[in-house]
Design a protein around this ligand. Structure first.
Ligand code: LLP
Length: 425
């Protein structure tokens, strides 16, 4: 996190709180989230996109406190399940500032969305048009966006690229499916089509794909006006803004993105003779990712002919990202000074699986030993939210820090929690 301060004694403070103290108090593995940085990042989005609606993508991480911070900072919320939606609304998040996503929305998702009154539902496939229209009350009208694929390959890994036509989300611009769906939505008196949506993918570090998306979506808006006489007032560019996981990694330049998207939107709309639509963006990772850190304790150090393995007390259940996407992290020793020279080691987890590798071939001090603490930066997004209880290991707790104080937001999952679900025998 930006507030991280390394002391000469080796301790690392985040939000003014020493991580080793938090590790003592709450145990490890542990996630720590810097509240001021999350709020600062929300504000940076508001500043960069003053006229846009910024919807924080809850899938990156959601808990009640976070929903509250995001609400206070004036952002909206992008949710993709009844669970995320209910958590936010029961925390006091205004439903009209929430939009619901999903390529396969369950009956519960749609019921919750309509009952709670979400601002917009993003239609992802033709079958949803009639489903949503039938579920809307007799005197109501539901605002919807249509998710389209602009045919752009962008994003940090094949599994998180969603702008191309050949993946499960959205309708293609190229084969007429998007145009056909627009016509069908416009025919539904219970639905109000407010605009188009696309999400190109995640961990995008270049501005260019967003500009191409703007041009292609404005093109479809122009065709919609020509075919139906309807001017769509909104354009949602999704999220995907890339962050650095290691020092020196590229990250998306937010002010540059905002500036160039606004310019492209103005130019494209002017040449199409359209008014500039209201812009929506849905950053997830860029709001919380850099504000979080994971803390592990070293349990074993083992040398084989090929490499040195450093085994910690967490692993692929609290961070599946290296195994899933090959993401590279930069763990560092905290809590004690070391003058030992760095040597390459492979940090592995405690799960019964050889692929449980958190960081391969990373430099750590040669005197690393059991009991040491390691911090893994950039752990605020898609860590706890993707954690599992593989091997019946409970999910770690999450602590918020701010101005020298800490507070537990999510407690550790206990064996009792896990046993309570096992109702058979
Ligand atoms: N909007 C939509 C419709 C999305 O599907 C996503 C992410 C976002 C916004 C936010 O994307 P972000 O700004 O956070 O990149 N588990 C993967 C990431 C999957 C993202 C899925 N959708 C990871 O750990 O990298």
């Amino acid at each position: 996190p930006a507030s991280a301060v390394a002391h000469p004694d080796g301790r690392l403070l985040v939000g003014g709180v020493a991580l080793d103290e938090l590790a003592e108090r709450h145990g490890t593995p542990l996630y720590v989230l810097d509240e001021d940085e999350v709020r600062g990042r929300c504000r940076a989005y508001r500043d960069a996109f003053p006229e846009a609606e910024v919807h924080y993508a809850a899938k990156a991480f959601l808990c009640r406190a976070l929903a509250h911070w995001v609400e206070e900072e004036g952002l909206g919320l992008d949710v993709c399940s009844a669970g995320e939606l209910e958590l936010a609304v029961t925390t006091g998040f205004p439903a009209e500032r929430i939009l619901l996503h999903g390529n396969a929305k369950s009956p519960e998702d749609l019921r919750a969305a309509l009952r709670l009154g979400v601002g917009r539902i993003v239609i992802d496939n033709p079958a949803e048009i009639a489903r949503i229209a039938a579920a809307v009350g007799p005197h109501a009208r539901q605002k919807v966006l249509l998710r389209v694929t602009p045919g752009i390959g962008a994003g940090g890994h094949a599994k998180i690229r969603t702008g191309s036509d050949d993946q499960k989300f959205g309708l293609s611009l190229r084969d007429g499916h998007a145009q056909h769906a627009i016509a069908r939505i416009l025919d539904q008196p219970r639905l109000e089509l407010t605009g188009l949506h696309c999400h190109l993918g995640s961990q995008i570090t270049e501005v260019k794909p967003y500009l191409v998306a703007v041009r292609r979506l404005v093109g479809l808006m122009a065709r919609t006006r020509d075919a139906h006489g309807v001017v769509l007032p909104e354009l949602d560019l999704g999220g995907g803004h890339g962050i650095a996981y290691r020092p020196g990694d590229p990250a998306l330049d937010l002010p540059a993105l905002a500036r160039r998207v606004h310019t492209e939107l103005a130019v494209s709309c002017a040449s199409a003779g359209l008014p500039v639509p209201r812009l929506l963006v849905e950053p997830g990772r860029a709001v919380v990712g850099p504000a979080g850190v994971a803390v592990y304790r070293v349990l074993a150090v083992k040398t084989t002919p090929e490499r040195v393995f450093v085994a910690v007390d967490g692993g692929m259940s609290d961070n599946p990202r290296p195994a899933l996407y090959g993401v590279r992290y930069a763990p560092r020793l905290i809590a004690r000074p070391s003058t030992a020279p760095p040597r390459p080691v492979t940090v592995v987890g405690r799960h019964c699986e050889a692929g449980d590798i958190l960081a391969a071939h990373v430099p750590l001090p040669a005197d690393l030993r059991p009991g040491d603490l390691l911090a893994l930066p950039a752990a605020g997004a898609y860590h706890l939210s993707m954690a599992s209880s593989y091997n019946l290991i409970g999910r770690p707790p999450l602590v918020a820090v701010s101005a020298g104080t800490s507070r537990l937001l999510v407690r550790r999952e206990t064996l009792d929690d896990l046993r309570a679900r096992d109702v058979g025998l």
